[in-house]
Design a protein around this ligand. Sequence first.
Ligand SMILES: NC(=O)c1ccc[n+]([C@@H]2O[C@H](COP(=O)([O-])OP(=O)(O)OC[C@H]3O[C@@H](n4cnc5c(N)ncnc54)[C@H](O)[C@@H]3O)[C@@H](O)[C@H]2O)c1
Ligand SMILES: O=C(O)[C@@H]1CCCCN1
Length: 318
Amino acid sequence: MLRIPLITESQVKKFLTYRELIPAIKKALKDFSNGHVMQPLRQVTSVEKHQGYLLSMAAYNQQQDSLSLKVISLYPHNHKKNLPMHECKVFHFDASTGQLLAIIEAETLTHMRTAAASAAATEKLLQCLAPKNAKILAVLGAGDQARSHVYALMSIHQYEKIFVWNHTEEKGRKLVEELKPVFPGIEFCPNVEQAVSNADVITTVTASFQPVLLGKWLKEAVHINCVGACRPDWRELDDDCMNKCDVYVDSYIGATAESGDIILSKVKVRAEVGEVIAGKVTKGKNTRTLFKSLGMAAEDVAAASLVLQHYQNKQQDS
Ligand SMILES: NC(=O)c1ccc[n+]([C@@H]2O[C@H](COP(=O)([O-])OP(=O)(O)OC[C@H]3O[C@@H](n4cnc5c(N)ncnc54)[C@H](O)[C@@H]3O)[C@@H](O)[C@H]2O)c1
Ligand SMILES: O=C(O)[C@@H]1CCCCN1
């Protein structure tokens, strides 16, 4: 009987680098917006009794001939139990035969591909704000996505200062302490307004249901990556913030079905980031840009393909 490999978290950590992943995710975003990815809206099963959800995210990238399904749980109150908010696996298939090629432990894959999408959007949308002059990065939240976003965003641009804010000070300070040896410019900021008011780039990566970032704090030129609030009634940003920015999304269909920040603010979406990457839409004149990220199976397929390539290369070597 053929054994299906289980690619573990520690292997994924060795295989994935932002140097490879960011271009792969840029291509996935572009392929998606060019209509080369079959990606039904993800299926969300509510587990009402425990205030949780189970999501299934499938995609087939025709350009890559690559097929996978990610199953991911979403338990926003888990931080109170000191448990991660998400647990997930990717099932990666041979697109030509439908045979399962590998099961991949996908927590690191999810942290990294999400941060890579934000890095790709930041690079593209910040362009007219002269990215070389961007000095301050603010990160709201101090969990797994906060960590991966610091690494991914610092891999494309060296910010002089990184301000981390978290609703619980202890967790925020702990992340800063962990990252300080790698990024000496990182500091915890106990006041959210102070953390963001001089920032050139802001990333919101919280499990909040209410706005944590307000429009009245934004400076004239800023790029925001909004990564949390993935349910139609959850918010990370207030209406003022949404209305002050040109809003870009990963998927129109996903954003208009799932994002509370977009649905409740009734803001008009300017474009998908993939359309900007493909050169179909140019950036507008507004010096405030916002990428509303919900996460896409197309990104998981791209990351899983990279993981599998490295895994297979390693098998051949040994
Ligand atoms: N867009 C995407 O592709 C994508 C992918 C994965 C995760 N996410 C989302 O990103 C966010 C962070 O995920 P994570 O894996 O880092 O989770 P995590 O549990 O590791 O971190 C969550 C952070 O939010 C903070 N937090 C909890 N409740 C809060 C509240 N009421 N107000 C403000 N902050 C609060 C926690 O202290 C922690 O710092 C979540 O909303 C998650 O669903 C998005
Ligand atoms: O794209 C993802 O992997 C996650 C799933 C959970 C909700 C937020 N986005």
